[in-house]
Design a protein around this ligand. Structure first.
Ligand SMILES: [Zn+2]
Length: 285
């Protein structure tokens, strides 16, 4: 946080320095356009393929083949989900929350792409539907589906409270990943990464610019839908914070299961799986 009482005196040209132009760091006009109309056509003919239920305070993993659609659904009550994404065939390639945020903003919705990490950096999935798109940004600066937060984890919990808590999203994802990819917990943990906070309502406070959360507006029946751009595995944790309107990293909040439904398009005509980034990796040497 910035000091309330700065230790250094403003320079005489402080006003001038503050009033330079605001530039978007990464204008997205030259990014590959998400063709939502074509995706809707593929989605309209798609058939139910399979589904998983993610129990409250636990996580689950499911494979989504390239071109298939995954719907993350609220089923029984307001619940936030922490989402990890891996390339099914190479788990070193995974969701890059930070660059997704730099490109698309703090909160994502329909038409945004969920990108993978360097050196792969390509679309893992595109968001094709979001029933909470009506929410926009509220007076507190809050919105849903952030790519700001990291995931609730037992290490931060331990630092802040001195307690060990094992149902944090980090641990839930670690257990689910170990089961799904048949690996030890210690190995799985290294592949758990910063998340997309599905359905979570967050922002930054106006005064101290600290990360805040409010009760999620999600209700049973709401969903966010992704179209896989390569073969991906989703890991989803039903956060112990429930709707995250009170606290997380404890057993006190009301928590509900989440569901992921997978749909297989009848035809993949016109669908092109994403390719890894074309940068030559010579790094100027
Ligand atoms: Zn969590």
């Amino acid at each position: 946080m910035k000091l309330k009482s700065p230790k250094h005196v403003e320079p005489t040209d402080a006003k001038e320095r503050r009033e330079t132009n605001v530039l978007v760091c990464y204008p997205t006009e030259t990014l590959p356009k998400v063709d939502l109309a074509a995706a809707f056509t593929r989605r309209n003919g798609a058939e139910f393929f399979n589904s998983i239920i993610v129990p409250a305070r636990h996580a689950g993993c499911v494979d989504v083949p390239a071109g298939y659609f995954a719907r993350i659904l609220s089923t029984e009550g307001p619940q936030v989900g922490d989402l990890n994404i891996w390339n099914t065939h190479n788990i070193a390639e995974r969701f890059y929350s930070g660059k997704t945020r730099a490109l698309h903003g703090t909160h994502v919705s329909t038409g945004d792409t969920l990108w993978s990490n360097l050196p792969y950096m390509r679309p893992l999935a595109n968001i094709t539907c979001d029933t909470l798109d009506w929410y926009g940004f509220d007076v507190d600066g809050g919105s849903v589906h952030d790519v700001i937060g990291t995931r609730c984890d037992p290490y931060t919990g331990r630092l802040l409270s001195g307690e060990n808590y094992h149902q944090c999203c980090h641990s839930n994802l670690t257990r689910a990943m170990a089961d799904h990819f048949d690996m030890d917990l210690s190995e799985a943990e290294m592949h758990v990464h910063d998340v997309m906070n599905v359905f979570m309502l967050t922002g930054f406070t106006h005064d101290t610019h600290q990360y805040f959360m409010k009760a999620s507006p999600v209700r049973p029946g709401d969903f966010i839908e992704l179209e896989a751009q390569t073969d991906i595995t989703l890991g989803l944790s039903a956060c112990p914070g429930g709707d995250c309107g009170d606290e997380h990293s404890s057993d006190t909040a009301s928590c509900f299961p989440l569901k992921i439904e997978i749909y297989a398009p009848k035809s993949l005509d016109g669908f092109m799986p994403s390719k890894i980034n074309l940068y030559d990796r010579s790094h100027g040497k």
